[in-house]
Design a protein around this ligand. Structure first.
Ligand code: ZN
Length: 149
């Protein structure tokens, strides 16, 4: 399957990507995948005005959690961003096992976020986005609070 994002000139062959992920030996290999396959250096940034509007969406309750809006700083399709997050998590688990373990031990410092819906919750015990059904990713609450200041 090829995932396309014409706006960002991306054509990601998922079979090629899977093979590269299996062959990863070092953290640098993941960086090479970021450069060559995801071309993250070329991702277009979203306009500040659009990000401001995104952040103002109202709080919603769903799936037993309270969801707040996040602004998406890049203009890449949700499908590509989701794929990227999945792969990044894989690389993180493989090469930063200690840090990954530490995150799990300090799970209360994290909430969860959906890269497709651009929402986050302070609850860490939910695994699927109640809006789109995608896997949720860890969202560091402390860093986020610091960044808001
Ligand atoms: Zn979602």
């Amino acid at each position: 399957m090829v995932i396309r994002d014409p706006q960002n000139h991306l054509n990601i062959d998922t079979i090629e990507l899977k093979n590269l992920l299996i062959q990863m030996k070092r953290w640098e290999d993941w960086h090479e995948i970021c450069d060559k396959i995801f071309k993250i250096e070329e991702w277009e940034y979203a306009e500040v005005e659009i990000m401001e509007i995104q952040k103002k969406r109202k709080v919603e309750k769903k799936g037993g959690c309270v969801w707040r809006a996040l602004a998406n700083p890049v203009k890449v399709s949700a499908q590509i961003e989701y794929l990227y997050e999945i792969c990044q998590e894989m690389a993180f688990k493989k090469f930063e096992m200690d840090a990954y373990q530490e995150n799990i031990e300090n799970i209360n410092d994290f909430g969860k976020h959906c890269v497709a819906c651009n929402v986050y919750t302070e609850t860490s015990t939910i695994y699927k986005c109640p809006f789109c059904g995608r896997k949720l990713f860890l969202f560091p609450l402390n860093n986020f609070r610091d960044n808001q200041v």
